[in-house]
Design a binder for this molecule. Structure first.
Ligand SMILES: NC(=O)c1ccc[n+]([C@@H]2O[C@H](COP(=O)([O-])OP(=O)(O)OC[C@H]3O[C@@H](n4cnc5c(N)ncnc54)[C@H](OP(=O)(O)O)[C@@H]3O)[C@@H](O)[C@H]2O)c1
Length: 323
């Protein structure tokens, strides 16, 4: 099978595409013929060894996929050969096949195409739990989403709008803000030309109830200065590259709450809330929620696709098609 391989840490251009032996299912595993895999920003960090957790090369990057089960281990009862499934893996998804624990696979809900199924879980689960489980968002809240045109950002705009929040999208160009307004944002701020705090205050009057921050850098403090008294600021990631330091006098004056959401640790510590959220998300899919996919590349063009995301050219999700 063909697979993208990170033979030594480096940028997307340093990745190889190699022929590797097909994986064999252990007793509790399933092998899935991947039809589509989605890019997430952490893939870029993992191949450069900039992520919180290091993966020693050689490895195949890619953390979410959808496809067909082609073989199962002797103990497996939850999936059968021929099932269409979606799944996640820390790495290994940018390949024609993957072997994972069968218990980690889910059927593809009616309403999602194979590309949408591959692109749904990471961003929509991150968005839902950042907004609701951690951010305590309620209908009517003013919600500010930084990096709103990205993968996590578009999912946040979509979910928050559907749950009745008034969403202010923040992105780097008017074209990117237009994508967010189609997903339900009621206002937009271009943070490459406008001052976040002033615009948040001008739009909301008393400030933002919830701020979702997958970007970091200088934008975090600027946005925090626009929070309402008692508002919740949720740290999701640092796509800008710099980890910000918020002056604590601002937290004191605003009565603000700063919390973090990270999928790996949340899965371990928020088991019940994660299950509840997954049920809500499944219902949303049945109600017509689909991820916004801006671009689809073939496996051969994975390097280009990753660079496209790194260059902030994508909106929503970028998907790799295996054939
Ligand atoms: N906590 C979790 O469990 C979790 C899960 C998934 C992702 N994340 C994190 O969330 C962040 C976003 O992930 P994503 O998959 O949504 O990424 P993405 O699709 O690439 O979106 C990131 C957005 O950040 C903005 N941005 C601002 N400065 C940037 C810079 N210097 N380089 C790149 N982007 C920049 C870009 O929008 P503009 O160009 O409009 O500014 C871009 O659309 C990442 O830090 C990722 O690690 C966290």
């Amino acid at each position: 099978m063909r697979a993208v391989v990170c033979e030594s840490y480096g940028p997307p251009s340093s990745l190889s595409i190699l022929d590797l032996p097909e994986p064999v299912a252990g007793p509790d595993d399933a092998v899935v013929a991947i039809q589509a895999a989605a890019i997430n920003f952490p893939d870029l960090l993992i191949i450069e060894n900039l992520y919180q957790v290091s993966v020693p090369p050689p490895f195949t990057p890619g953390s979410e996929f959808a496809g067909e089960v082609v073989s199962i281990g002797s103990n497996v009862t939850n999936v059968r050969v021929g099932d269409q499934v979606m799944g996640g893996s820390f790495v290994g998804s940018f390949a024609e096949q993957i072997c994972v624990a069968a218990a980690s696979l889910n059927p593809i809900p009616a309403g999602l195409t194979i590309e949408q199924a591959a692109a749904f879980s990471v961003t929509y689960r991150t968005a839902y739990h950042s907004l609701v489980t951690v951010g305590g968002m309620k209908s009517g809240d003013w919600v500010v989403v930084l990096g709103a045109a990205g993968g996590v950002g578009t999912a946040c705009v979509d979910i928050a709008s559907r749950l009745g929040a008034q969403v202010i999208a923040v992105a780097a160009s008017q074209e990117r803000l237009d994508v967010c307004s189609k997903l339900g944002a009621v206002a937009g701020i271009n943070y490459s030309t406008e001052v976040l705090k002033e615009r948040i205050k001008a739009i909301t009057g008393s400030g933002a109830d919830v701020i979702i921050d997958p970007v970091g850098g200088p934008y975090s403090e600027e946005a925090f200065r626009g929070i309402a008294w008692g508002g919740r600021f949720v740290v999701v990631g640092f796509a800008q590259g710099d980890i910000p330091r918020i002056p604590l006098n601002l937290v004191l004056l605003k009565g603000g709450i700063i919390k973090g959401f990270e999928m790996r640790t949340a899965t371990e510590h928020l088991t019940e809330a994660m299950d509840v959220g997954d049920k809500v998300l499944n219902a949303m899919v049945l109600d017509g929620v689909v991820p916004h996919i801006s671009d689809v590349f073939t496996l051969d063009r994975t390097r280009e696709a990753l660079q496209f995301v790194a260059d902030r050219k994508s909106t929503g999700k970028v998907v790799i098609r295996m054939q």
